[in-house]
Design a protein around this ligand. Structure first.
Ligand SMILES: Cc1cc2nc3c(=O)[nH]c(=O)nc-3n(C[C@H](O)[C@H](O)[C@H](O)COP(=O)(O)OP(=O)(O)OC[C@H]3O[C@@H](n4cnc5c(N)ncnc54)[C@H](O)[C@@H]3O)c2cc1C
Length: 402
């Protein structure tokens, strides 16, 4: 094959949703950008609840108008303690209207998200898409060399959005802290006979949450966190039996269920990078943080990564500085660390409070939710926390511009 000469200022490695958002944001920052997005190995059965801050970023990037018709607004969030424990928490419903919002977020199928972001990326002038995997990554003093099957690219900065097994992270010499969890998330989409009315319902069980999240139409996505053995058994059930079991677990709140084609299983772990940027490589999305699907944090963090990196690159370019220089990498690490670590801690505590058999923890959880149910200021505080609102949120999420 002829050797291809490629040049760009910034490369994004990975064509998952974080990679596409990073590529669009870096191109919006004015950087000549190349995105390496090999075709997906198979369909992604997950959906994403895009929270308010992510929606603002997507609006600022001009992609929201494409996405919105495929989303369902999440106006209410209902928590139900479905455990059979001695001390059970009261039911709590959070309303987005209490924060003056139409919705906490908008749920969309990952397949649709990737397709629409891909279409927007294809129309972006200073963004080239190469549907090829990067074979090797070599950071050097003044740039990063990316090897492909048919050539080589040299860029100043790499946004590593190549997922949980990131080769870019390894090339940067970044270690991670990883904890396996005794849980697997089973994910699928459902049709149901009763409307969801914009209510996302999270049933808390002894093995983790069973969460129904509205999709456009009389449809919902289900994320069902169970022990690995149970996940295996569920995946073997035929559609009819599985639909009956889901209806039973959901106390028939959405009526009769029918499963749409395909189911996914995701063994759960928490894995956080020790640094978020090093040697001209900045980690974006699951390359930097893998979290269990509790509280819809994963991709929302990935979008904040992308928006923050684009902001720092825009500032560096305006100041005539190297976009992959130490200042940019240092600031990126400093800005992403507290956000990612605090989200990971919150998700882990929520998860542990469900898994533990320790009675005082059940009592604390129940008392906490009782207070939240009673006092508006506590409820609003918790809702803002859940939305990931922070004073140092990226400019794209606050001001809608870089
Ligand atoms: C059941 C479930 C439900 C979830 N629900 C939500 C939710 O409601 N809200 C939320 O915010 N998050 C949610 N998440 C988390 C969210 O799905 C992930 O955070 C998100 O999909 C990660 O996207 P990513 O682009 O970082 O990684 P990936 O989607 O894994 O993408 C990585 C990409 O990199 C590519 N790649 C890998 N190696 C290379 C290479 N060498 N060269 C080029 N490309 C490469 C891969 O092909 C892939 O396309 C959920 C997760 C699960 C498991």
């Amino acid at each position: 094959m002829a050797k291809r000469e490629l040049t760009a200022e910034v490369a994004v490695v990975g064509g998952g949703p974080s990679g596409f958002v990073a590529a669009l944001a870096l191109a919006a920052a004015g950087a000549d950008t190349v995105l390496f997005a090999p075709p997906a190995a198979g369909p992604d059965r997950r959906t994403t609840a895009l929270l308010d801050g992510s929606v603002r970023v997507l609006k600022a990037l001009g992609t929201w108008a494409r996405l919105e018709p495929h989303t369902a607004p999440l106006a209410h969030l209902r928590l139900v303690d479905a455990t059979r424990r001695l001390i059970r928490a009261p039911e709590v419903t959070f309303d987005a209207a209490e924060l003056g919002l139409e919705a906490f977020g908008y749920n969309i199928e990952n397949e649709v998200l990737r397709r629409e972001l891909g279409a927007a990326a294809a129309k972006t002038r200073n963004l080239r898409i190469i549907e090829e995997a990067v074979a090797a990554v070599a950071p050097e003093e003044s740039g990063v060399k990316l090897k492909l099957a048919g050539g080589e690219e040299r860029v100043k900065l790499v946004a590593a959005a190549d997922g949980r097994h990131s080769i870019c992270r390894k090339a940067a010499g970044i270690a991670t802290e990883r904890r396996e969890l005794p849980q697997t998330a089973v994910a699928m989409n459902l049709r149901h006979s009763r409307p969801h009315r914009g209510i996302s319902t999270e049933f808390h069980t002894e093995s983790g949450p069973f969460t129904l999240v509205p999709l456009a139409g009389e449809r919902s996505s289900l994320v069902w966190v169970v022990e690995p053995d149970e996940a295996e058994a569920l995946l073997k059930l035929d559609d009819g039996l599985l639909a009956c079991e889901i209806e039973r677990r959901a106390f028939s709140i959405l009526g009769k269920m029918a499963i749409e084609s395909g189911r996914g299983a995701f063994p759960l772990a928490i894995e956080i990078a020790r640094h978020f940027a090093r040697r001209r490589i900045a980690l974006v999305g699951e390359a930097g943080h893998l979290l269990p699907p509790i509280g819809a944090q994963g991709l929302n963090l990935g979008i904040r990564d992308a928006a923050t990196l684009a902001e720092l690159v825009a500032d560096a370019r305006r100041a005539g500085k190297d976009p992959g220089g130490d200042d940019v990498l240092f600031d990126y690490d400093e800005r992403r660390r507290p956000d990612v670590r605090s989200r990971a801690l919150a998700v882990e505590l929520m998860n542990r409070s469900l898994l533990t058999d320790f009675l005082p923890v059940h009592a604390l959880r129940s008392m906490g939710l009782e207070l939240v149910a009673r006092f508006g200021f506590l409820r609003r505080r918790l809702m803002r926390e859940g939305l990931g609102e922070r004073a140092d949120a990226p400019r794209l999420a606050r001001a809608g511009a870089l």
